[in-house]
Design a protein around this ligand. Structure first.
Ligand code: ADP
Ligand code: MG
Length: 742
């Protein structure tokens, strides 16, 4: 490594001694610079601090021994498939065996006579104590010399002597051919050579909350002497991320509150008259959500609201009523009055569905509602008056303000589309869009010179626990629909024991005979190839192995050839071309397919009322919230529906986790459980939001969220422009760029 001090911005590739292959692998973990590396935090620690003589090793305990390699052998295992490396290590009290599978290269490293430390969980075989895949550390000359002078206990916590054994050892998210050991080695080297890092939290916060200073905290999160230390360090960084997130949210909110938006007077009678035209009674929470939106419309500042509700809870109608109010405008008797609304849906199918819903319920709407997707352009003027036209013509009409409600896909954010007076933007299944795409519709198309921003409503069927949405979407107002329309039949949900699989197949056959259709969901497409694994971040020992996980292609083969050769079985997965996917979906919708085997790609919002069974293979591989979503795809019609969960895991905890799906009353309840069990990543897709891992995890700690919010408020209230906190201001701007929130 170089002798010059490294800065946080130094790319790792510029460091002498760090090879390009290594850098390439680090990239798979999104690590490019010194900063990225130092902020690659361990997700757990292995405690190897118990130093033992070999004769004192106790089976089941974790320990480190220091000794000399006496013998090394390599052989193939009886199945001839794996290479087994066996080493015997001795100290003055005895010998211990260590084995490794498929680590051929070790033979060149663990030579006879080498002094090493071994660390791991002590096991035993017929001949005595042994380690399987222990951590090992070859002692440097310096260390061996030093050991001659005194006992190992005196130097074991000194990182200059030991990094991988004899202490608390950090375990990092890894990727193929990049182990925690290598990461640890690099972090230690970089840490020793990096310049002093400037503090990123204001002094007053450090003092008030008793947090560690940043350099100290970095050292302690990577190389703690005790778990206490590691915890303190982690707390500081979690708080920091949450604090910046809150700063960003609050500032965003304040900024928006200064902007102008269209004002629509709240006319309760009119709203009611619209609601009364519907053929069904709205649920209480639908009414409440409409009310909340209409109240925001009165304020003169842009609404920024997230509408959450289960699949089928009726979110669309909330948005439609609001759009009708916007289209009517404030001078109801002037036909030319009223402003525009845009609905953006993630797929053509969903956009078309919205358009049709609109046509169905508001047959008298004369001000023009249109559908604009890459394949369709048409306008509905009420009373069955529908015009199909060329896209440029439709786009022109939109720009003249001739159409008040514009429904579509990404097509709405093409450069050529301009609105005349866009007052209200609705984004359906908001998590399906990139942040940029959402921002595009809200900001670029605002109404000309007036600088009037549209009101913004995003809709999501992913129930996000409240603690989490307050953290992440702290700048949004929330409306929640937590009940389903009354006419829905509950879906019968069961965890199926493996021995009952054939009974289920018989039941499936019976349902198909009655004309029903079946979804089969599998956790993955096929056995992953090596290259793919390489791109994956691996949290060692956090997840069960993928080796025996059911794959769409295999399951499709099995069902179509062996189990149901006489039925129409089809498959759907993310690697198929868009056209093939649409075709598979259409065939299923048209009832040409009886059984559709798929990954989790089936469109969230798609309505197939004739599907009555949702079979989920490898159910333990999915989060509860996700399982809940799958289940929501059946039970949409008049027939009794079923959700059948299969798992190959015999673990009791798996069963009880799946049972909670059987018992849960709402998606929110499950989301809370999921948050507690598996952490928040899955609700939001970290990579999309860019929200720091720690902040996501910390969101599980509402107390800390509250403290971070308090601190952020204190500072912004005393100094809204952050003139006395220039460093903080710069850092915040950088954070916002990185995190990329709206
Ligand atoms: P989602 O919230 O998943 O977007 P939708 O808005 O697509 O749900 O609504 C699902 C279905 O339920 C639609 O056919 C819609 O017309 C219908 N629906 C909405 N609200 C009610 C209600 N209060 N009572 C009965 N049916 C309703
Ligand atoms: Mg929907």
């Amino acid at each position: 490594m170089t002798l010059e001090k490294l800065s946080l911005q130094t790319p790792l590739i510029d460091i002498k001694g760090v090879g390009p292959k290594f850098v390439e692998r680090l990239k798979n973990l999104n690590i490019d610079t010194v900063k990225d590396l130092l902020w690659h935090f361990p997700f757990r620690y292995e405690d190897f601090s118990n130093i033992s003589k070999i004769k004192d090793l106790k089976t089941g305990e974790r320990a480190t021994v220091n000794g000399v390699v006496k013998d090394v052998k390599m052989r193939r295992t009886w199945k001839k498939r794996m290479i087994l490396l066996e080493a015997v290590v001795a100290d003055e009290t005895g010998t211990v065996k260590a084995i490794w599978f498929n680590q051929k290269f070790l033979i060149t490293i663990l030579k006879k006579g080498t002094t090493i430390n071994l660390a791991g969980k002590v096991q035993e075989d017929k001949k005595g104590s042994m380690f399987s895949h222990p951590m090992f550390e070859i002692l440097s000359k310096k260390t061996i010399e030093r050991l001659k002078e005194g006992d190992i206990e005196e130097i074991i916590s000194d990182l200059d002597y030991f990094k991988h054994t004899g202490r608390l050892v950090p375990i990092y998210p890894e990727t193929a051919r990049l182990t925690s050991k290598a990461i640890r080695y690099l972090i230690k080297g970089v840490f020793d050579n990096v310049e002093k890092i400037a503090e990123t939290l204001p002094d007053e916060i450090l003092k008030k909350r008793g947090f560690l200073e940043i350099n100290d905290a970095l050292k302690k999160i990577h190389f703690p002497d005790s778990l206490e230390e590691a915890k303190d360090a982690k707390k500081r960084f979690s708080f920091e991320d949450l604090f910046y997130l809150q700063m960003s949210n609050i500032r965003q909110k304040k900024k928006l509150a200064k902007q102008k938006a269209y004002v629509f007077a709240f006319d309760e009678k009119y709203a009611e008259s619209l609601i009364n035209r519907l053929p069904f009674e709205l649920t209480g929470s639908q009414k409440k959500a409409i009310f909340e939106v209409l109240r925001d419309f009165e304020k003169g500042h842009p609404m920024n609201r997230l509408l959450q509700g289960d699949v089928g809870s009726g979110k669309t109608i909330v948005a439609i009523i609001a759009a009708l109010i916007v289209a009517r405008g404030n001078k109801p008797f002037d036909y030319a009055q009223g402003e525009q609304s845009a609905f953006m849906a993630p797929t053509e199918v969903l956009a078309r569905q919205h358009y049709q819903t609109f046509k169905k319920f508001f047959t008298k709407f004369e001000k023009g509602v249109c559908l604009l997707t890459s394949s369709e352009a048409k306008i509905f003027y009420g009373d069955d008056m529908e015009v199909v036209l060329k896209k440029p013509e439709l786009i022109k009409k939109i720009s003249f303000g001739e159409i008040k409600i514009i429904i579509g896909t990404h097509s709405l954010i093409q450069k050529s589309v301009d609105f005349k007076d866009l007052a209200f933007v609705v984004i359906d299944e908001q998590h399906r869009f990139g942040v940029d795409q959402r921002a595009e519709l809200v900001s670029r198309k605002f109404s000309g010179e007036n600088k009037i921003l549209p009101h913004f409503l995003s809709m999501s069927a992913t129930p996000i626990p409240r603690t989490l949405s307050v953290t992440i979407f702290g700048d949004l107002e929330l409306s929640i629909i937590d009940e389903l329309p009354k006419n829905r039949k509950p879906i019968i949900t069961k965890v199926v024991a493996p021995e009952n699989r054939n009974k289920v197949y018989a039941f499936v056959r019976g349902q198909v005979k009655k004309g029903r259709q079946i979804f089969v969901v599998c956790p993955r497409i096929e056995i992953p190839q090596d290259e793919e694994l390489e791109k994956k971040v691996v949290y060692k020992s956090m997840f069960s192995s993928w080796e025996d996980t059911r794959a769409v292609k295999d399951e499709y083969e099995k069902l179509s050839k062996k189990i149901f050769p006489d039925l129409n079985v089809d498959m759907l997965h993310g690697k198929m071309k868009a056209k093939e996917k649409a075709e598979a979906m259409k065939k299923f919708k048209d009832k040409k397919t009886d059984i559709l085997v798929s990954t989790s790609v089936i469109e969230v919002g798609v309505d197939i009322p004739n599907a009555t069974i949702m079979m989920i293979e490898g159910a333990d591989k999915f989060g509860l919230a996700q399982l809940y979503q799958f289940r929501g795809r059946v039970g949409r019609g008049e027939h009794q529906s079923f959700c059948l969960l299969f798992t190959d895991s015999a673990a009791k905890t798996t069963y009880s986790r799946l049972e909670s799906l059987v018992n849960a009353k709402s998606g929110f309840e499950l989301a809370e459980m999921d948050l507690a069990l598996r952490g928040p990543g899955q609700f939001l897709g970290q990579s999309q939001t860019g929200i720091p891992d720690l902040a996501m995890k910390a969101a599980q700690n509402p107390e800390m969220v509250k403290e971070a919010r308090e601190s952020a408020e204190e500072i912004l209230n005393s100094d809204p422009e952050l003139n006395n906190y220039l460093f903080l201001k710069n850092h915040l701007e950088q954070f916002e760029k990185d995190v990329h929130l709206e």
